[in-house]
Write a protein that binds this ligand. Structure first.
Ligand code: FB9
Length: 498
């Protein structure tokens, strides 16, 4: 038979005592009567209460307890009393006293002086003299009384608290009585039929523990999807369902040409200076740009064409060759539209991209120097602003945003352009949920896209919807070194548009 665990002895002792005495008024004194720690008895009480074998009532009392320092004073007297005791009638030097009392010296000196127990000789501040024969060590007395649980005046409590000699401690103990399922000896309920039971045959009179169907499973140590990636996946599924294909965004480093010039964004545009854009020192400039297309971009910037008068400025190649961290994934759209224009005959396309973009902006609660841009574009003959509004309605209604409003806006590469607003039921307000527009002919025609082909496009961030969906207030809790993993672990699955 298995060796009886000390807990079993405690249990047997408690049940036997309850059986005879009917109750245990104070679990603390009962534990010391059993010679076990109160904690160990509490463990048994908790398990017996769970099976309603005993009934336990918690008794909570807050009491002042002495700090180690205070316990020292009860043993050796208060610092001031120790100090006086260490002063011989002829007095003694401060150093000698410090050597004798150690860190009680400073406190002792101040308190003894305050109590006018000590004094100094005129002109000799180093010799400490006793002013009193004997002292009544109030502090030691008060601490002793407190230690024995005796009442002391509040003023004394405040003084002892101020001298950090006492702290409040909550102690909990229990009064016990027989429970509705009280038994003298608890049948150990078996949880499994083991070979031992089968071999010993005692399985016949074993009682089995009920299955606890409510038991939580072991938390599975598994990886967790970053909320941004959860929302990314949900939004990707929406694009794919709408027939869009992902654009390759695996190049954070881009040339000014594809990021700005090809988008008909003039070289003196404020976004093109290092206040907004991270330019690279190495590699500082790009080597390969399509020569013939570059000429066309140069021309349309300098003197227009395709019905446009252009920007009429001196377009510089070296400006376009400057490398930077892309400020938008629209740079990828530019590359893809140029590539599409080279494919004859023209075939309509729906493209999307979701990846990091970098902007040298002031960082705040919702802005970092990088974020994930989501972009969608449709390239086809005869597309109108109505088509853009239509596809935005589809896209955002799949994101659970049905009520949209559009506000005219300006982008160097789209005309007309619109900011998109959605009424957010949870936030009870209109939220700006993105930007959109129709790419300018000055951008599309130099690429070689056929007359009559229009491109409608829109963009938003991944961080904003993720923060709103997960109720995250500060972007640093979502992205970057300060992410709180528990937030990621405890996050409910994102239920977006699905
Ligand atoms: O994401 C944004 N807001 C947003 C989006 C979804 C959302 O979902 C909630 C669950 C309900 C909530 C909010 N914005 C775009 C709007 C603002 O947050 C804005 O202040 C910040 N914008 C970023 C740029 O900041 C400098 C968000 C980012 C943005 C803005 C514009 C584009 C892309 C990202 C674009 C574009 C574009 C335009 C025309 C053609 C092609 C691309």
């Amino acid at each position: 038979m298995a060796e009886k665990s000390p807990a079993a002895d405690v249990e047997a002792g408690l049940l036997a005592h309850l059986n005879s005495a009917g109750e245990v008024p104070d679990s603390r004194s009962f534990a010391s009567s059993l010679g076990v720690s109160h904690l160990e008895l509490v463990g048994v009480i908790k398990s017996l209460s769970a099976f309603r074998i005993v009934e336990s009532k918690d008794i909570i009392k807050e009491a002042w307890v002495l700090t180690e320092e205070a316990k020292g004073y009860v043993a050796k007297g208060s610092p001031e009393a120790q100090l006086v005791a260490a002063i011989p009638p002829e007095g003694v030097s401060k150093d000698a006293l410090k050597a004798k009392l150690g860190d009680a010296f400073d406190v002792g000196m101040k308190a003894a002086a305050r109590n006018k127990w000590i004094g100094f000789e005129k002109g000799n501040k180093d010799l400490v003299l006793r002013k009193v024969e004997s002292v009544m060590d109030e502090l030691q007395e008060q601490l002793r009384r407190l230690e024995n649980g005796e009442a002391v005046p509040d003023k004394v409590i405040d003084d002892l608290k101020r001298r950090k000699l006492i702290t409040k401690e909550k102690s909990i103990w229990h009064s016990l009585k027989k429970g509705p399922e009280f038994v003298l000896k608890r049948k150990t309920l078996a949880t499994d039929v083991t070979t031992e039971h089968l071999r010993s045959g005692d399985w016949k009179d074993l009682e089995f523990k009920d299955y606890n169907y409510g038991a939580q499973g072991q938390p599975i140590a598994k990886g967790y999807v970053q909320p941004l990636m959860e929302v990314r996946e949900a939004i990707e599924n929406i694009f794919i369902m709408m027939g869009f294909t992902e654009m390759p965004t695996n190049n954070f480093v881009e040339s000014s040409f594809w990021n700005f010039d090809a988008l008909f964004q003039p070289q003196q545009h404020p976004a093109r200076d290092s206040h907004d854009t991270f330019f690279l020192n190495a590699p500082a400039t790009t080597q390969q740009l399509p020569e013939d297309y570059l000429e066309k971009v140069k021309l349309v910037h300098q003197s227009g064409g395709y019905g446009s008068k252009g920007y009429v400025y001196d377009w510089k190649r070296d400006e376009a060759e400057k490398n930077l961290l892309r400020t938008h994934t629209t740079a990828v759209s530019t590359r893809m539209l140029y590539k599409l224009a080279q494919e004859k005959p023209f075939a309509p396309k729906r493209y999307y991209s979701i990846d990091r973009v970098f902007r040298n902006e002031a960082v705040d609660r919702t802005h970092l120097a990088e974020f994930h841009q989501i972009e969608g574009l449709i390239c086809d003959y005869g597309l109108t602003l109505g088509d853009l509004i239509g596809v935005l309605e589809d896209f955002f209604s799949s994101l659970g945003m049905s009520k949209l409003r559009f506000k005219p806006a300006y982008n160097p590469y789209t005309e007309p352009s619109m900011e998109i607003f959605s009424y957010h039921d949870g936030l009870k307000k209109w939220v700006e949920v993105g930007n959109s527009g129709m790419f300018r002919p000055e951008m599309l025609l130099p690429m070689g896209l056929p007359e009559g082909v229009n491109v409608i496009a829109w963009g938003l961030s991944l961080e904003r919807p993720t923060m709103i969906l997960y109720g995250i207030d500060n972007i640093r809790d979502l992205f970057g070194p300060k992410v709180d993993f528990n937030l990621i672990k405890s996050n409910p699955l994102c239920r977006l548009g699905l």
